[in-house]
Design a protein around this ligand. Structure first.
Ligand SMILES: NC(=O)c1ccc[n+]([C@@H]2O[C@H](COP(=O)([O-])OP(=O)(O)OC[C@H]3O[C@@H](n4cnc5c(N)ncnc54)[C@H](OP(=O)(O)O)[C@@H]3O)[C@@H](O)[C@H]2O)c1
Length: 451
């Protein structure tokens, strides 16, 4: 549904913040976990040095947490912490609410309350922006305040402001990238050290790169939230994270990364969307990425976002997608902009808020090459059999090889790369081959990314 364009007399006067030297801008912080603490540290370290750039001094007036008795890494002044949201949202002296609590609720309600109280909002919360971004932006427009969310997509990498401001004159045709550092670390360790997924995950957890419950990372939901935001900003498609085609990395085995390397590919968890004839196709999925492409070389916890534009050409943004300092960098950029009264492009704002959203579909509705790892009986003609059966179902192949499996004498593994085809045709072919006994087990089916 289109956001309702506010009538002129409903638009509140923007809250004026750039008030000259000596004036202070008051921040109400919602949350003091990894990101909130990182922001407080950065403000403490940089506050006075930023003053000349902003024309005023930034002061943290109150910090909302759940538990006042929790041991905190950073000591804050007595009386700063509160568990009562109204101490922040209802305080007329708070100019900017910085939401770094995370999650969908009550973050949404607090953000809307802040906007309705005439406060600007800066958030790092991808879930709330992915699911309610349009409503939040429309409400902010109506109340004449700014809502900024640079930190919600790729931590320290500037991507929201470039898309909305610096690339405002461009048509973006596709956007794709690696937007989850935890899974990129796991895949890098599997590829470089020959670890199995569980071993690489345990290592990521011991280093603090993965949560005790890593589901949002390894199942691709975190990446889907970020892709949802990128789809809206870059391609004008409002597709909720829950409606994005999503495959995680849990089905990957070390052998997939080894076979991919033999074929000249890395495996990365891609978040990708492209506009084809007015329809935006999107998905999060592990894919074989040509080794010579820039994105294949983005390793460890790093993130990267590649944008195809008509005027500026292809652009690659890369850097640290999470962590307290990189995220504080993005939050502070938003705070500085809001304080200075800098608005993002009105063209972009119009596109995001009022243009008819683009039609959306799943990336699997587009043809692609597929990598198939299949267990078959160890007998002569196994490669020819598999290729012929695939062809019978309309799936042509460009490459096939077989590998023996350790401690298994009666079966081998066949790896096939198809020519461009739709996924449902591949799936039909495989299930019929499984029924006929040509294939004993389907090991994996992965998309092959174009360069
Ligand atoms: N971690 C990163 O590197 C990173 C990077 C980019 C974006 N983000 C996003 O930033 C947000 C915060 O992440 P985080 O890693 O800092 O989370 P976190 O460490 O779990 O911290 C959450 C903070 O919010 C408070 N909180 C949560 N729910 C609350 C509620 N209902 N009422 C009051 N306080 C509440 C918690 O209070 P207590 O301390 O009392 O428990 C805690 O201080 C998330 O949206 C995340 O996706 C994180």
């Amino acid at each position: 549904m289109l956001a309702e364009r506010p009538r002129a007399n409903e638009v509140a006067r923007p809250r004026e913040l750039s008030g000259g030297a000596g004036r202070s801008v008051n921040i109400g912080l919602l949350g003091m976990g990894v990101v909130g603490t990182g922001l407080l540290r950065a403000l403490e370290a940089k506050g006075m040095r930023l003053e000349p750039r902003m024309g005023c001094y930034v002061r943290v007036k109150s910090v909302l947490v759940r538990d006042l008795d929790k041991q905190r890494e950073l000591q804050v002044a007595v009386g700063l912490l509160t568990t009562r949201p109204e101490d922040v949202l209802g305080d007329p002296d708070v100019d900017i609410v910085v939401e770094v609590m995370g999650g969908e609720h009550p973050a949404l309600e607090y953000i809307l309350a802040a906007i309705e109280a005439g406060k600007h909002v800066v958030t790092a919360d991808k879930e709330v922006v992915a699911r309610h971004g349009r409503q939040i932006l429309a409400r902010a427009h109506q109340f004449g305040v700014q809502v900024r969310f640079e930190a919600s997509v790729a931590g320290g990498i500037p991507i929201v402001a470039p898309l909305l401001r610096d690339l405002a004159a461009n048509e973006v045709t596709s956007i794709r990238g690696i937007v989850n550092g935890t899974t990129n670390y796991i895949l890098t360790r599997m590829a470089q050290q020959g670890l199995e997924l569980g071993e690489a995950l345990a290592e990521a957890q011991s280093l603090g790169y993965a949560e005790a419950d890593p589901a949002k990372d390894v199942e691709g939901t975190d990446a889907a939230c970020k892709l949802s935001i990128l789809c809206a900003l870059a391609l004008g498609a409002w597709v909720k994270d829950t409606e994005i085609h999503r495959e995680g990395i849990t089905g990957l085995e070390r052998r997939d990364l080894e076979y991919a390397r033999e074929l000249g590919y890395a495996i990365k968890l891609m978040a990708a969307a492209k506009n084809v004839d007015g329809v935006v196709y999107s998905g999060v999925y592990p894919a074989l990425v040509p080794e010579e492409s820039a994105i294949a070389r983005v390793d460890g916890v790093l993130n990267a976002v590649e944008v195809e534009t008509d005027l500026a050409g292809p652009l690659l943004f890369t850097g640290q997608g999470a962590g307290p300092s990189p995220t504080a960098s993005a939050l502070m950029a938003d705070i500085i902009d809001v304080t200075a009264g800098t608005r993002l492009s009105t063209k972009a704002e119009k596109k995001v808020l009022y243009d008819e959203p683009a039609k959306v579909s799943k990336v699997t509705d587009l043809e692609a090459e597929y990598y198939l790892r299949l267990a078959v009986a160890d007998k002569p003609q196994r490669l020819t059999d598999v290729r012929r059966r695939l062809r019978d179902h309309g799936v042509e192949t460009s490459f096939a090889m077989f590998r023996e499996l350790p401690q298994t004498e009666s079966r081998v593994e066949v790896v096939v790369v198809t020519r461009r085809v739709k996924l449902d045709l591949v799936q039909e072919a495989l299930s019929s081959m499984e029924k006929a006994g040509t294939v004993l087990e389907i090991g994996n089916v992965l998309r092959v990314e174009e360069t």
